[in-house]
Ligand binder design. Structure first.
Ligand SMILES: [Zn+2]
Length: 127
């Protein structure tokens, strides 16, 4: 079969993959109920921006992305106490921590979205 080579190459695109983790935390300086120990089912969206490789037709293989995200982030946060890693574990600070774990291995990382609940989300695009 004739494969059209390069037909869709070099296009700049954003790829996004969704992950989830369950974790406990408390916000020690919060004036309300968030100062009490509680948990969330967090959602994490990881976005990479890059050119489509003309050979693979991909920016990155989703499986290769997941190897990094699961190893560097999900395994370390899922069913853990967030305050041990991120003392003031707001969604904002969790976003920065996740970015710092991923960026060295995923230079195309352009945005992460951390959902603490279905309607509360922080979007971070790096410093
Ligand atoms: Zn919370």
């Amino acid at each position: 079969m004739q494969v059209p080579r390069g037909a869709f190459s070099c296009e700049l695109m954003i790829l996004r993959k969704e992950y989830g983790f369950e974790a406990a935390h408390f916000i020690y300086n919060h004036p309300g109920k968030c100062r009490n120990l509680h948990g969330h089912s967090y959602k994490l969206f990881v976005c990479l921006e890059g050119k489509v490789n003309p050979e693979t037709g991909m920016i990155i293989d989703f499986d290769d992305l997941s190897k990094v995200v699961i190893e560097q982030v999900i395994k370390r946060l899922d069913h853990h106490f967030l305050n041990d890693l991120i003392p003031l574990s707001t969604a904002e600070n969790i976003s920065v921590w996740i970015w710092e774990q991923l960026k060295p291995e995923l230079p195309e990382l352009c945005q992460i979205e951390v959902f603490e609940t279905t309607d509360n989300c922080v979007i971070y695009r790096g410093a």
